[in-house]
Design a protein. Sequence first.
Length: 135
Amino acid sequence: SQVWALARRSLRYPIFDSLYPNTTATSSAVADTFGSWIQISADIGTTKKLYYVEVSQLTSNANDRSIQFEIGEGAGGSEVAVARGGYVIGNSMTQGPVVIPIHLNLTNSARITVRVRDSVAAALTYSFHLEVGAQ
């Protein structure tokens, strides 16, 4: 019973911010090529941690495909990828959300962006939702 008492005192669950609504990003019409960076937040704040990313495909496509996204930090035109995630999707109209755990401490006051690529030679639209909270 001492173990459970200690665990109860030690466990802390993050409180997520609700300031980061769904953002849509489109892959390039060229297979395996990233689309443009899309801003999620102009200023993420201080002492923030990215816990996970929810991804949903919004555009239908009949092909099996690999999807990869990057979360970036930095001013427009000079974004740097700080996290990457991906998954494989079967042929279906739309799919999601898929939840990808990240657990990344974000740079204070950073501009946060996302971009996506897939293995299909068509521009497909995806929805991204970040769960961010205190570190």
